[in-house]
Design a protein around this ligand. Structure first.
Ligand SMILES: [Zn+2]
Length: 535
């Protein structure tokens, strides 16, 4: 590569060189006498040497360069070249949105073809796929934690540099997907197939689709030369769907890579379409805490033909019955109060009044039964307890030595786990039932909304739907967000897509998971704008 070609490549790569740097690189390129006074290539126009301009030029930094007589006539070339470089003061070129949308669909289809079902995960394949794309676009990529996470696993990290004047924004997704049973799908879950305007595949919504939108929005920012004050950090994690070891190990071992990160986007937000209409843009700022319990009752094994009082099964069933009949109290957290108040705009009459002050409404029996008839609303208004796993004997004629059960408890963010457990033990009222915590709750997740990034989302959302509601629904499930929040990073659940509630219900962890082609194009442009507005 000639010195000149190198200098041009440098300009294009960095995108945010100041004029002085641009001029000096050109100056040295000219000194190397690799260029003449005409402009090579149409990209730089048709500037020619005039021979009459002054031989001193100033860059934006105010430092002057002396151009020696031998290249005096090159000034116009310098100006033309500098003009061709996307400098901060210049309007960056807009991406070709149709082409970018098509490219995003192609890349996502290829990513969906990589089977990263967890267990075993095999996320390294996915990470290497992402690495290939990033490296071909000039990124330095690190595949991390391969030894700690085990065979075929790893985390990926890359960064698009800004000028460093503000703190970074991280885009985080998980590479793994939950298992799928092809018998219940109408397409192969790993074919990356398109049909009737939809791209199908395990992970299309949870959350390879988000990951590829993160990737392509970041590439688009780089390609179009938008000047960035904030670095954009791209992270792909292993094992979110099972034990979250990817995020845990990443945060544990690489806090240094995150020390300048102010904001982080990952799953946990949604923009639901209900009855063909966008309900709201939902930014996830809080989530419930998982607090799983294991229950055991010991007994004396014997023959099923001679019933005894030492059979542990009826005793366990009595305990579970008490739990099932127990109604946890309604409790309105500040974030949930705000969510319902925002939502009240979409209602009229008494429902509007109830939603506008949901804390007061929970004391009104009719309001209460209406609010809790929606499974999502019910789940964000109280701690929930679901009886899920039950084990007694594995043979009809055998009274077992023990009976066990597992209970899925989800706590509101401000609840004390010990107090909730003590309450459930009181409800069961049987000391023969032994409780063991299977999963300790993560740190409570609550995030501020008075931030540059939140405002950037609002702006981008309102540009698309001027009357749309932008609000903060609480996630009832768990994500890796608390793991990152521990470092002080503001972590938002953000989805770039507008997804019909039926598709979410059916596809996420279910069958025929899919995302519309239109949504993919929408998503990449939406995120691109959010990241631009947050600068
Ligand atoms: Zn997920």
């Amino acid at each position: 590569m000639s010195f000149y070609a190198w200098a041009v490549a440098e300009f294009r790569r960095a995108g945010n060189f100041d004029s002085f740097t641009a001029l000096s690189l050109t100056y040295f390129a000219l000194l190397a006498q690799r260029v003449r006074c005409s402009v090579p290539g149409a990209r730089f126009g048709t500037a020619r040497c005039s021979g009459s301009v002054d031989c001193t030029v100033s860059g934006r930094s105010g430092i002057s360069l002396l151009i020696p007589p031998m290249i005096r006539c090159s000034l116009l070339l310098t100006a033309a070249l500098a003009a061709a470089i996307p400098l901060p003061s210049q309007t960056p070129s807009q991406p070709d949105w149709n082409a970018l949308g098509d490219e995003t669909v192609r890349v996502l289809s290829d990513y969906l073809k990589i089977n990263t079902t967890n267990p075993p995960g095999n996320e390294l394949q996915g990470a290497l796929f992402l690495k290939g794309i990033l490296e071909s676009e000039g990124f330095e990529v690190q595949i991390l934690d391969t030894a700690e996470l085990g065979k075929g696993r790893g985390n990926l990290y890359a960064r698009l540099k800004g000028d460093g004047s503000k703190k970074a924004i991280a885009l985080v997704h998980h590479i793994d997907v939950v298992p799928s049973d092809p018998r219940y799908w109408t397409v192969d879950p790993f074919a990356g197939a398109t049909r009737d305007g939809f791209l199908y595949g395990r992970g299309a919504l949870d959350m390879k689709g988000d990951g590829i939108v993160h990737l392509m929005a970041m590439l688009a920012l780089k390609r179009s030369g938008v000047s960035l004050t904030r670095d954009i950090v791209f992270i792909a994690n292993t094992d979110e769907e099972l034990a979250s070891t990817g995020a845990l190990v990443f945060v544990d071992r690489h806090a240094d890579l995150l020390k300048d990160v102010e904001f982080l986007f990952t799953e946990g937000g949604n923009n639901p379409i209900r009855n063909g209409k966008l309900e709201y843009y939902g930014i996830g700022v809080a989530e419930k805490r998982t607090f799983w319990q294991h229950l055991t009752v010991k007994g004396t094994p014997s023959h099923g033909s001679r019933p005894t009082r030492q059979n542990p099964v009826p005793r366990l069933i009595r305990a579970l019955h008490n739990i099932a009949m127990f109604e946890t109290p309604l409790h309105v957290t500040p974030g949930v109060q705000k969510f319902f108040r925002d939502l009240s705009r979409n209602y009229t009459g008494e429902r509007r009044t109830w939603l506008a002050n949901v804390r007061a409404a929970t004391a009104i029996p009719r309001a209460r039964s209406w609010l809790t008839s929606d499974v999502y609303w019910n789940a964000i208004l109280r701690n929930t307890v679901s009886l899920t796993v039950v084990n007694g004997s594995n043979k009809t004629n055998v009274i077992p030595a023990e009976a066990t059960a597992e209970v899925d408890i989800r706590l509101l963010p401000d609840q004390n786990p010990e107090r909730v457990l003590a309450e459930l033990q009181r409800v069961v009222g049987d000391t023969a039932v032994k409780w063991r915590t299977l999963l300790q709750p993560k740190v409570p997740l609550e995030n501020p909304t008075d931030t540059d990034l939140f405002r950037a989302i609002e702006r981008a959302a309102h540009e698309r739907d001027s009357t749309a509601l932008v609000t903060t629904p609480m996630l009832t499930a768990a994500t890796d967000r608390p793991t990152y929040r521990k470092l002080g990073i503001i972590t938002y659940g953000f989805s770039p897509f507008k997804v019909p509630v039926e598709d979410n219900q059916k596809g996420v962890h279910g069958n025929d998971e899919r995302i519309s082609i239109e949504n993919i194009g929408f998503g990449v442009r939406f995120l691109y704008d959010v990241l631009r507005y947050a600068q």
